[in-house]
Design a binder for this molecule. Structure first.
Ligand code: ASP
Ligand code: MG
Length: 405
């Protein structure tokens, strides 16, 4: 008998009315399928509020204690939802991550699931109960509570779906699926019907925040189809799974964008072996993520090296950059804030004649200056000024006719 795993996000669960609405949906699912497992997030902004509370007491709270604290958000939701189901006459039981057999590494606040021993879940399912599992949390071998990193309930859900051999993992959220562009920028953006795991990962890396990338990686590793859909409507949402035969698929699937971007240029860097390592090594050690890197053609033994970082990391990166510039003998460091990244995603686009040209013509038509370009097998990313990002996304969405998908 097949198992259905559903995950409900915090925005679908805040408050009594929403808990009841979710319970009603689960009750309907239960009429179709006998075995239903539900993974829940903390309600509303609970996790943010708990983090803020902790920081009022301690600037640098011990991560073990943070996990004890943050896990409580999900631990509250699970029994409340079980009660809402019970009140409707649907038998249900709540389990913590530990009780559900979610074993993790000891890396507090970003623990990895090492194994799932879902005995308890299976037992409860066979007694006919809906099993509600607190997402985002697990426990180490020593039974210390851990959390999986922000957005980690998605990871719990997909991993449980794999462990229970579910045929699909449903992620219920406050949007109707993964959209062809951010609906806040593009009025006629549409939920994408079908998306490959690799396309979803590129969309996520490029700024689409609906699905947690780690959950998608688990889905890909175990070929678990993931359906992202609205908790408030009945649309089919987006199905993320292995590629279908691609001949008749449109090549461009979506336009993602990211606005927390700054561009850094090291000026007049000596052009010799070991320089890139000397630059990016220390940045990595300081946990500054570097994204797009462009090294210019060298003139008289010197070159400019440009790359992007998150603007929110720039203050932290600045002293490291000054040190690097001095160490490698660069002429100086330039940092441009107010940059954005626009990414066109679709399997096979780099090998499709005309796609790149269309992207660049479209941006040119809007008089948008491209400051850097980076390509991957299934994406093209342009770095532009942040104040033009909405125009860029809208124009590209129109140019590739994504509203007709
Ligand atoms: N509540 C956690 C967070 O906000 C986990 C999740 O919602 O997936 O990050
Ligand atoms: Mg989430």
């Amino acid at each position: 008998m097949s198992v259905v795993v559903q995950k409900y996000g915090g925005s679908s669960l805040g408050g009594v009315a929403r808990l009841n609405a979710v319970a009603a949906r689960i009750a309907l699912t239960r009429q179709r399928t006998e075995r239903v497992v539900v993974v829940v997030s903390a309600m509303g902004d609970t996790t943010d509020e708990l983090i803020a509370l902790a920081h009022q007491l301690d600037d640098d709270p011990p991560s073990r204690e943070m996990d004890m604290l943050l896990s409580t958000g999900e631990t509250v939701t699970a029994p409340l939802l079980a009660m809402a189901l019970h009140a409707r006459g649907v038998p249900a039981v709540s389990l913590t991550g530990m009780q559900a057999g979610i074993r993790t590494s000891g890396a507090h606040r970003s623990a990895r699931i090492t194994d799932i021993v879902p005995q308890r879940v299976i037992e409860q399912l066979s007694t006919g109960r809906v099993v509600i599992v607190a997402g985002f949390q697990g426990a180490t071998e020593q039974l210390d509570v851990t959390t999986l990193g922000r957005g980690g309930s998605d990871t719990t859900a997909v991993a449980l779906a794999v462990a229970l051999q579910a045929h699909e993992c449903e992620i219920y959220t406050d949007v109707a699926g993964i959209h062809s562009a951010d609906p806040r920028l593009v009025a006629d953006a549409r939920p994408i019907g079908l998306l490959g795991y690799d396309e979803m990962l590129e969309m996520a890396a490029a700024g689409a925040t609906v699905m947690h990338p780690r959950a998608v990686e688990i889905g890909e590793a175990y070929s678990m189809p993931i359906r992202v859909r609205s908790a408030f409507g009945d649309g089919p949402g987006t199905l993320i799974r292995r590629h279908q035969p691609m001949e008749d698929r449109p090549k461009v699937r979506g336009i993602a964008h990211e606005t927390d971007v700054a561009k850094v240029t090291l000026l007049g860097v000596p052009d010799r072996p070991g320089i890139a390592a000397a630059v990016f090594g220390p940045l990595g050690e300081s946990h500054v993520n570097v994204d797009i890197i462009v090294q210019n053609v060298s003139h008289s033994g010197h070159t400019d090296l440009s790359f992007t970082v998150a603007e929110s990391d720039l203050n932290r990166a600045q002293p490291v950059l000054d040190r690097i510039a001095a160490d490698v003998g660069a002429d100086g460091v330039d940092a441009d804030r107010g940059i954005a990244k626009v990414t066109v995603v679709g399997a096979g686009i780099l090998g499709t004649p005309g796609v790149c040209a269309r992207i660049f013509e479209t941006l040119a038509g809007e008089l948008i200056n491209i400051r850097m370009i980076s390509t991957g097998e299934i994406r093209v990313t342009c770095i532009i000024d942040r104040d033009r990002v909405a125009d860029a996304v809208r124009a590209l969405h129109r140019a590739f006719e994504l509203e007709l998908l």
